[in-house]
Design a protein around this ligand. Structure first.
Ligand SMILES: *Cc1c(COP(=O)(O)O)cnc(C)c1O
Length: 398
């Protein structure tokens, strides 16, 4: 990095308006789709959702896709359909969003955390085996930031111990692992999120994919009250009012309003991916000499780049991560932190975990910042991020 004159962050900010860390990209097509549904007389799960599911299957290259009103609901249903319940253990990364582990608790089962690989920030597959017990039923790998986990190793381990694999692909729409789209691998279920910051959005929503027709059918039932046939079938002409409840299912169906947005967004998924890649490659180029640890290359496929996480080399800076974020914010640059390791949360601490249990996740957490990254971000937006980083690094460098 070139030497910079010290200028206090916040005085004379690099941009006048605040740049959020992420922002959805909604265009006329999404709006038209929603209006069309509003005028159609059918608002909840119906024709549009079926279309969204079919198009999603085609994009991923998987036989079954089921739309949910969130990825959290999708994860919950996947585990329920696999029969996970009280007394069972489910292994997952400690460096994830609360939903991944909370759903395990919803079912009366216990999440068992594993530390991350300090480079990839994904679950360290070499540390999974030592956590497997006779009660272990499933592994939930989380593709952190959109970078696929070491799925060959994880799937082999699952096979060896007869475990299910449910992928948390909330970040990973568009990711490719060894030639296959995430969502089309040999795990039992893969769960995607359409939360507004994720790769595509439906406002709120999610999608589960599976190769198994039995699991697809079970998840469909769990998704809507445990009813064996959905409302769309029942309320059509010739449909019957009769239904049966076969499990105490949930209410996790996606509305046609949301699916209309999803159909329009999915068409742009590849363009969004290209734009994310372009932004990322500019970040790599501009930040290579900064006191940051940048994400390592991924050679086995494609990173979906939901996030661009940098880790501050705190040894070279006179500040904490919090102060760094605060200074960027004063420059009108939004950032986020993914994630606070789950074992540090009061609820999970009560289960017996404590500081020091997962040193790699704790160390990453101390240094990590997610920089703004979204397809709609302009070159000028990104230039302002880089200028603000230069300024903040200049101010705090030792
Ligand atoms: C966003 C997210 C979820 C939950 O997705 P929702 O659609 O908001 O329910 C689950 N896991 C991870 C890792 C996430 O980032």
């Amino acid at each position: 990095m070139k030497p910079i004159k010290k200028e206090k962050p916040g005085e004379n900010p690099v941009r006048a308006s605040y740049l959020p860390f992420s922002q959805p990209w909604i265009e006329e097509e999404e709006i038209r789709g929603v209006v069309e549904v509003l005028k159609s007389g059918w608002l909840t799960t119906g024709r549009k959702t079926l279309q969204f599911e079919e198009e999603f299957s085609k994009y991923i290259g998987v036989p079954h896709s089921l739309a949910f009103n969130s990825c959290t609901g999708g994860l919950h249903c996947a585990l329920a359909a696999l029969g996970i319940g009280p007394g069972d253990e489910v292994i997952t990364s400690v460096f994830t969003f609360a939903a991944t582990a909370n759903v395990v608790c919803h079912l009366g089962a216990e999440p068992v955390f594993v530390d991350i690989d300090p480079q990839t920030l994904n679950i360290d597959h070499k540390k999974i085996e030592e956590k497997i017990s006779p009660r272990t039923k499933a592994i939930i790998p989380v593709h952190y930031g959109g970078r696929p986990c070491e799925m060959d190793n994880i799937l082999a381990l699952a096979k060896k111990y007869n475990l299910y694999v449910v992928e948390d692909a909330a970040h990973a729409l568009g990711a490719i692992y060894k030639g296959k789209m995430i969502g089309a691998l040999d795990s039992q279920v893969t769960c995607f999120s359409f939360y507004p910051t994720k790769c595509i959005t439906t406002g709120e929503g999610g999608m589960n994919t599976t190769r198994s027709p039995e699991l697809a059918s079970k998840m469909k039932t769990w998704r809507l009250h445990g009813i064996s046939r959905d409302a769309w079938d029942r309320y059509q002409k010739g449909g019957s009012w009769y239904y049966e409840v076969v499990s105490p299912g949930y209410k996790y169906n996606l509305t046609d309003l949301a699916s209309a947005i999803g159909i329009a967004q999915l068409k742009k998924a590849e363009e969004f991916q290209r734009r994310r890649e372009k932004i990322v490659s500019r970040y790599f180029k501009a930040l290579k000499d900064f006191p940051f640890i940048l994400p390592p290359p991924f050679k086995e496929g494609r990173n979906a780049w939901h996030l661009f996480p940098i880790q501050l080399k705190l040894e070279e800076l006179n500040c904490t991560r919090e102060e760094f974020i605060e200074a960027l914010s004063k420059e009108n640059i939004g950032t986020s932190v993914h994630f606070i390791p789950l074992h540090l949360m009061p609820f999970y601490r009560e289960k017996g975990w404590k500081e020091g249990d997962f040193p790699n996740a704790e160390e990453a957490f101390r240094r990590i910042i997610s920089l703004p990254l979204f397809p709609k971000m302009s070159e000028e937006d990104q230039e302002s991020v880089i200028m603000a980083l230069e300024k903040v690094v200049g101010w705090y460098s030792k």
